[in-house]
Design a protein around this ligand. Structure first.
Ligand SMILES: NC(=O)c1ccc[n+]([C@@H]2O[C@H](COP(=O)([O-])OP(=O)(O)OC[C@H]3O[C@@H](n4cnc5c(N)ncnc54)[C@H](OP(=O)(O)O)[C@@H]3O)[C@@H](O)[C@H]2O)c1
Length: 258
């Protein structure tokens, strides 16, 4: 499926930048993030030979930033929306700064909800008019499948995004839009350093390129995709095992990551 115009949040690094690089050159790009220099460098890299690549510098932790992204998405007439921006912060809820806890909810929950609601009606209208399909990828996480002490707000924000995306996909099942919740496990990006976490030693670490490629491959074929067979098995186990056991096991694992 070739999209005309894609909006990627959190395109300035990691998985978002990998999505931008993975999309075919027929797709115009709207790249958002806070880091102007990184966004401009990526736009320059991908904007060769007349390809339309625009950037929007906006802080998704603020209502104004989210509105700016929605406004730019409307102008760009996007038919593929990738809600990828996200942040984590390791630590017990009561030990983390209030502002950091709130920021996780704004960026990981409020932003995808508001941007989806802002852009989806027009995406559907365009798809109906052209006889094509729109696409929506929400980047959740394997952290979505369990309560995670010491990563509580992050894991809960991803559980929200997973449930929201699956429910939305059901609501939209007769509409011309494909919707995917993409659930990567540990991925080689700046995420760990920013979250204050050591990179996990025991779990497989995938590349951002693999995560983005699998997201684009599975869009339109399934509603939830967990990246990698080990992560997939872990996600099944987290759903089947008793909740108290899973929560305690998650705490033990995260204590090792701290
Ligand atoms: N890496 C992993 O192990 C892993 C695993 C599972 C899920 N994920 C999810 O994958 C997604 C991408 O993360 P990543 O691994 O690629 O990490 P990353 O390299 O740290 O990228 C995060 C992106 O989010 C953007 N962002 C963060 N706060 C923002 C804000 N307030 N306003 C606007 N943009 C903001 C960053 O842009 P600026 O720096 O320009 O603000 C950056 O482009 C996230 O949703 C994350 O939760 C990651």
């Amino acid at each position: 499926m070739i999209y005309h115009s894609a909006l990627i949040t959190g395109a300035s690094s990691g998985i978002g930048a990998a999505f931008a690089r993975a999309l075919p050159r027929q797709t115009a790009l709207l790249l958002t993030g806070r880091d102007r220099d990184r966004l401009n460098a990526l736009a320059q890299e991908l904007g060769l030979n007349g390809r339309a690549v625009r950037t929007v510098v906006a802080d998704l932790a603020t209502a104004e930033g989210r509105q700016a992204v929605i406004g730019a998405g409307e102008l760009a007439r996007v038919d593929l929306l990738i809600n990828n921006a996200g942040i984590g912060r390791i630590g017990r809820v009561i030990d983390n700064m209030e502002v950091r806890e709130a920021e996780m909810v704004q960026v990981n929950v409020a932003a995808p909800v508001e941007i989806t609601r802002g852009l989806l009606p027009e995406m559907l209208r365009q798809a109906r008019e052209s006889g094509g399909r729109a696409g929506l990828i929400n980047v959740a996480s394997t952290a979505a499948f369990a309560p995670m002490p010491i990563f509580a707000t992050y894991a809960a924000s991803k559980a929200f995004l997973l449930n929201y995306t699956e429910a939305l996909a059901e609501e939209m099942s007769s509409e011309p839009v494909d919707i995917l919740a993409l659930c990567p496990g540990a991925t080689e990006t700046r995420f760990f350093a920013r979250a204050g976490v050591e990179k996990p030693a025991m779990t497989p670490i995938h590349t951002a390129e693999r995560v983005a490629a699998e997201g684009l491959q599975h869009l339109g074929h399934t509603r939830v995709h967990v990246v990698g067979p080990t992560n997939y098995l872990a996600s099944i186990a987290m759903r089947l095992l008793p909740r108290r056991f899973v929560t305690a096991a998650a705490e033990t694992t995260l204590q090792r990551w701290k």
